[in-house]
Design a protein around this ligand. Structure first.
Ligand code: GLU
Length: 536
């Protein structure tokens, strides 16, 4: 029996028979994919990356697909893959081809799109490489690998398993048979034919051309569990699935020489590579990668929980991709980000800065431009999902007209939906006076130096409000009356209105006194001012 048949007796297909099942994609079309690993939550990276892939595919009007890289089953989280699709859908990042869970049929003819279902396919190619002498089983133990590394370090040569440092590369058929009969564990390694001393030029659509060292390592292509490594799965999947542009984290950039060797070895066309910098944040004086463990904003859910709009997140990420997106957006308020002329070569290859202040700014601008009915609807959905108690017991119980009046007032100041409750609690709740609130009534900068002055202006407001016997039609009406009376008292508007505003809101910052009177209504305003007057 031949070596490849001893190693892979169950594999009966040949590369040719597999290749036949994956017809070449039409010439000149662009095919991109995202290939996440389904480990716990959805990192904002996945959205960023999917956007980029979608942009590149969409610009060329062709295929954007999803492949689930679940070969690391120890780290896999149940249901994570399905969640990916659901969440990306919220961002309108839909795929042309994708896997369906748990056992439904995939959408697309180039599947299965889940790596754990492709083991047989990988093995067909591994078997063939062994047959051709381009790969070999390696029985080195962890201890032997460590010992090799120590020897290499001592003699100052590059570390790793290659050429003369790989005994199984030169092992005889008998030696291999013996190791197999002893049931020794083995991996399959690539028999690299490239040279340590040679350089190759790799091309990258973001990083441009880089001259770098060839791969010379006999890397593992199939683990002892029979599952291929990322490198090998990338080679097989992206070739069979017809990916033309591999757009991925730059942590994979160091592997490009190896991937070039793999594609050359198969005599397959090398896809175009584009490596973008990792998402980073500012931490003290330096930047560091956004960490799943440390940074709440790494998780996509964080953005939903904190009341950011999908549209704002997409704009924010677009702006990270190409900085002049912002200017374009100002001219094209209604357009989809997909209409913007993104340039891959202008993406920062070193890092992509996630600046939450910037996102909040973009979100606030989005809120400001949103028609009030839409904002009201989004707020309702947000509260229902994340603030159920408030939604049921307060928001729904108030009149829609009242909620809308508050929202209109707040629209220019609201930066996220999450802020709504904190900024509006006093519209929905009466509050007790206390010393802290009392101290807010005094404001020496506005010449309100003591409580006597406070009392005087609160009384003036009370008199104005009491003199009227119905509610106000609009803010203008309130304004006219107050301005007139304040003028008569020979005061400045802000002097009188400061304590009135504090008495109505109980807050240091809030909408203006006149707006508060308009929204709260005459009666409630009178009640609150009286309560404060009684307290001080
Ligand atoms: N599963 C790989 C990762 O999560 C995908 C890299 C790629 O896009 O090829 O990093």
């Amino acid at each position: 029996m031949t070596l490849e048949n001893i190693l892979f007796p169950e594999i009966i297909d040949t590369p040719e028979s597999i290749l036949q099942k994956y017809p070449k994609r039409p010439e000149g079309k662009v095919v991109t994919r995202i290939a996440p690993s389904p480990t716990w939550f959805l990192h904002i990276w996945a959205v960023y990356s999917a956007m980029l892939d979608k942009i590149v595919a969409h610009k060329n009007n062709w295929i954007f697909f999803l492949r689930i890289e679940d070969t690391d089953q120890k780290r896999e989280v149940e249901g994570a893959a399905k969640k990916y699709v659901e969440i990306l859908k919220k961002f309108w990042l839909e795929f042309d081809e994708w896997p369906i869970w748990p056992n439904g049929e995939d959408v697309g003819k180039y599947g299965p799109y889940t790596q754990s279902q492709r083991e047989y396919i990988y093995k067909v190619f591994i078997k063939d490489l062994v047959k051709k002498g381009l790969a070999y089983p390696c029985f080195l133990t962890e201890e032997e690998i460590t010992a090799t590394r120590e020897i290499q370090e001592a003699s100052k040569v590059p570390t790793g398993i290659y050429k003369e440092y790989s005994p199984w590369r030169y092992a005889s058929f008998e030696d291999i048979q013996k190791a197999l009969s002893e049931k020794k564990e083995f991996v399959v390694r690539l028999k690299s034919s490239w040279e340590l001393t040679k350089k190759i030029e790799v091309e990258d659509l973001i990083k441009w051309k880089i001259s770098t060292q060839e791969n010379f390592l006999d890397i593992v292509i199939c683990k002892s569990s029979g599952i291929p490594t990322y490198h090998f799965a990338h080679l097989i999947d992206d070739h069979l699935m017809g990916t033309t542009h591999v757009i991925r984290w730059d942590e994979w950039f160091a592997s490009v020489p190896l991937h070039y060797e793999l594609f050359h070895m198969m005599d397959w066309e090398v896809p175009k590579y584009a490596h973008y910098g990792p998402l980073v944040k500012i931490d003290g004086d330096s930047r560091r990668k956004l960490s799943k463990r440390k940074d709440a904003e790494a998780d996509v859910e964080f953005y939903f929980q904190n009341g950011y709009f999908i549209e704002a997140i997409l704009d924010f990420l677009s702006n990270i991709l190409n900085a002049w997106f912002e200017d374009w957006r100002k001219q094209n308020l209604e357009a989809s980000y997909l209409d913007f002329d993104f340039k891959l070569e202008r993406i920062n290859s070193a890092w992509a800065l996630v600046d939450m202040d910037k996102l909040t700014f973009v979100n606030a601008a989005y809120i400001k431009n949103l028609p009030i009915e839409k904002l009201y609807e989004a707020l309702g959905e947000y509260l229902q999902t994340f603030e159920e108690g408030f939604y049921e017991n307060v928001f729904l119980k108030a009149e829609k007209k009242y909620n809308i009046a508050i929202l209109i007032e707040l629209k220019t100041r609201l930066t996220t939906l999450k802020e709504f409750i904190a900024l509006t609690w006093f519209f929905y709740n009466d509050f007790e006076m206390n010393e802290e609130r009392k101290s807010l009534l005094i404001n020496p900068k506005m010449k309100i130096e003591n409580l006597d002055i406070v009392k005087k202006w609160l009384q003036l407001a009370l008199d104005i409000l009491s003199a009227k016997n119905n509610d106000f039609e609009n803010i203008e009406e309130i304004k006219n009356i107050f301005v007139e009376e304040i003028k008569n008292a020979e005061m400045k508007n802000w002097q009188v209105l400061w304590p009135v505003r504090v008495a109505l809101s109980g807050e240091e910052f809030s909408p203006g006194a006149l707006e508060l009177i308009f929204i709260l209504g005459r009666e409630k305003s009178i009640q609150r001012i009286k309560k404060v007057l009684n307290f001080i």
